[in-house]
Design a protein around this ligand. Sequence first.
Ligand SMILES: Cc1cc2nc3c(=O)[nH]c(=O)nc-3n(C[C@H](O)[C@H](O)[C@H](O)COP(=O)(O)OP(=O)(O)OC[C@H]3O[C@@H](n4cnc5c(N)ncnc54)[C@H](O)[C@@H]3O)c2cc1C
Length: 605
Amino acid sequence: MQIVVVGGGLSGSAAAATLAEQGYQVKLITYHDSPRRAHSVAAQGGINAARPMKEGDLDGINQLFQDTVRGGDFRAREASCQRLAEISSSIIDQCVAQGVPFAREYDGTLATRRFGGALVSRTFYARGQTGQQLLYGAYQSLMRQVANNRVKLLPRRDVLELIKVNGVIKGVVSRNLLNGDLEVYTASAVIFATGGYSNIYFLSTNSIKSNASAIWRAHRQGAFFANPCFTQIHPTCIPTGDSYQSKLTLMSESLRNDGRIWLPNQVHDGRQPSDIPEIERDYFLERLYPSYGNMVPRDLASRRAKELCDAGFGVGKDGRTVYLDLRDAIREKGPEDIRSKYGNLIEMYERIVGDDPLSMPMRIYPAPHYTMGGLWVDYNLMSTIPGLFVLGEANCTVHGANRLGANALLQCLADGYFIVPSSINAWLAGQNVSTSTKSIEDACKDALAITRKRIDKIIKVNGHNPVDFYHRELGKIMINRCGISRNKDGLIAGMKEVKILQDEFYHGVRIPSAVDGLNPELEKAMKVADFLELAQLMITDALAREESCGAHFREEHQTLEGEAMRDDQNYSHIAAWEYVKGGKPIKHLEALLFTNLKPTSRSYK
Ligand SMILES: Cc1cc2nc3c(=O)[nH]c(=O)nc-3n(C[C@H](O)[C@H](O)[C@H](O)COP(=O)(O)OP(=O)(O)OC[C@H]3O[C@@H](n4cnc5c(N)ncnc54)[C@H](O)[C@@H]3O)c2cc1C
């Protein structure tokens, strides 16, 4: 049986390698020139796992389960979180067996560190390159199957449409990025592992190729899109340098283990950090959240930094950064210890900013980073289109309204190595695989025609502005209207602005060559066209969710202390949106039932 896997990041490569090991013939389609280039390679800090300290020790599993549900502010499916925690230890075993060089203690046991939203140390890491090392592990397994002729790699292809017969997915249409040819790939089941959509904000920590096209096309073909407005803004990123910048760089959350976040305690303080005495520094996270301090979850750290910068306490040339200071840790542990833990992060910061973080505090600011929303999937990771499975950041399963740091890599590998290889068997076993050749051929022709039409429509605009012009504008609207905090008026205004921009795009975008061969500008335009549609669904979802939960902070719904006010009575659900051609999307609700952990207000004080 043929299975098409779209995406060669951590979740896609893990799934393709495992399915081939089980005996399937797999085609792996990626946008990048190699699975090793997928955005997963950029993950820095680590991967969570609950390792039992002795036989039958369930405490660790329970704690990881609880931190995941609580971290997501009780907006994730409980059973999926439980399964994630249970599988987590096997994932570390699998990676160790592949040779992933996790950090170790002097006695050889695997080392861990703490991540935000947790009081225990359970994050396994390989310096600041955990994603890269995990991806290389998965890639090795994948290439073994390529050598066995069980996996065929199809790089530099952009999946732009789905092929469906009687509502069931039967394949995909992709555009060959080197020659512009449209190609069809049919299969008994299709897996999308295409990553997240933070690039909708233009400036984000994602790779500039990360996009939403495959999942957005699936949505238009009937896959429900769940919680699209749940987007995570990461507190510790290198701030924007100038208006030509196209990407932001993350400074891993792990730095908050040793770094203290602070601002001067008077507004518009122009002094150098070294001239500000201890008594005039405000370690605001430690002040506001004494028990978690700098390790509070990302949504809280980001929101607090933004509020203080808005109030004039921010530092840097435009007053929109805060300090992340390693000084005290260096004094206590010595510079060598800090360098050995965070070597490549320190080097990256030095290269980009030009300052040495060992002698001067880093300047950081929140940036769009991760999307908890994605295609709705059931417990078996199947979308509402039968036969279409969705893995990793592209789906919406375990992170609720705010992902716990170091849980994304865990989810990708759980989905790819463990869950989909068994759930896909169960689904295929119940299918009649003998769909007539004629109906598949007709469906392929239809899908090709739709794709051709979309490409022609964009090429024919022949306007005056490059694609990035529209993408940058969209990013500004989204960060202002649907970013760290949101309110009703802003969201309504944002919706109007996106619609106007979309109209301008279809009148003003210019694709430099009318030939649709190798044409990177056309590639980008297809992505931005989809982002313009997805943006409207994100705003619709944010407007509909009249509560604050996790990273979705509606200013109308907050306590006197400025903390998020959840409304469990009315919003304890996953909002799964159905596409309606030419009409308003329909909202379906998956009620969230908590049997093992009673929803409580999140408190990190
Ligand atoms: C800077 C950074 C650091 C991070 N650090 C951590 C960390 O320390 N711990 C943690 O748990 N998480 C971390 N994350 C999150 C984590 O890295 C990602 O969530 C995860 O790697 C996503 O993996 P994925 O398999 O879902 O998708 P990706 O790795 O994004 O792969 C997507 C794949 O899909 C392909 N693709 C996309 N669209 C198409 C299309 N239309 N046609 C064909 N192919 C397509 C791409 O080519 C690629 O191969 C970090 C994220 C960032 C941005």
